[in-house]
Write a protein that binds this ligand. Structure first.
Ligand code: MN
Length: 247
């Protein structure tokens, strides 16, 4: 029976994680290492400045006092004896689309799985209120079965985003490229009760560039989006150009 490693960045209590575990249970043995608390937007951070605690809640669910990447690192290198056959991160509350994947703890966990040589995908629901995880859970199961059967190329993982719609309204999966967001420029400035300045960042999502075949366009049109992402971020065409700079 395949060993399926689940994690997320929203924390162990997330309904998205429970929906994922329930959907994938028929496909193999499930083991979960998830953060104790919400670790959204922690990216690919590792905890290096304090000890990590792992708490086994039951036979398959473990909490980690760290980031999503800590969960994958500890679970696969330090605790599990067998190497997982598949790693799935999610189902995240909120899409991980376009440039947002560089901030995402959900996506970073799939990156860490990929670095470990485990076929991996991240899956996110493009909604934060009245979340309906049924379509995402169903698609996760279909995709997991396919990857268990035929694997993924080395150094590549899949970033999946699902519209927050009832299953009958969700349109078929499209293979997409990473899109492009237009971020707001505003930072909120406030004064605390003692008259000192403080700030809020990252609240505003303004718009996106309507790039053809992009993840964000597909999801906004009601499609499931599947983007293959390479760990090698080298811009190969620019290498030749930089050679001419004679640095
Ligand atoms: Mn999250």
């Amino acid at each position: 029976m395949p060993l399926i490693f689940l994690t997320n960045d929203d924390g162990i209590q997330s309904q998205g994680l429970s929906a994922l575990a329930e959907a994938l249970a028929p496909l193999g043995e499930i083991v979960i290492f998830a953060p104790e608390q919400d670790q959204s937007a922690t990216g690919h951070a590792l905890t290096l400045d304090r000890p990590l605690r792992v708490n086994a809640l039951d036979a398959r669910r473990n909490t980690v006092s760290g980031t999503p990447t800590d969960c994958v690192y500890l679970g696969t290198r330090g605790i599990l004896e067998a190497r997982p056959d598949l790693l799935v991160s999610g189902i995240n509350y909120g899409g991980n689309l376009a440039d947002d994947i560089t901030y995402s703890g959900t996506v970073a966990a799939a990156m860490e799985g990929t670095l470990m040589g485990i076929p991996s995908f991240a899956i996110s629901l493009d909604g934060r209120v009245d979340c309906d995880f049924r379509a995402a859970a169903g698609f996760a199961s279909k995709l997991a079965a396919r990857i268990l059967a035929q694997g993924l190329p080395t150094g590549v993982f899949l970033n999946v985003n699902v519209p927050n719609l009832p299953p009958e309204k969700v349109r078929p999966a499209l293979i997409t490229r990473q899109g492009k967001r237009i971020y707001g420029e505003s930072v909120i400035h406030r004064l605390d009760p003692r008259g000192r300045k403080y700030y809020w960042i990252g609240g505003e999502e303004v718009d996106f560039v309507p790039l053809p075949n992009s993840d964000i366009v597909a999801v906004r049109q009601g499609h499931i989006s599947v983007t293959p992402i390479r760990m090698d971020m080298t811009d190969h065409p620019l290498m030749a150009e930089l050679e001419t700079w004679n640095l």
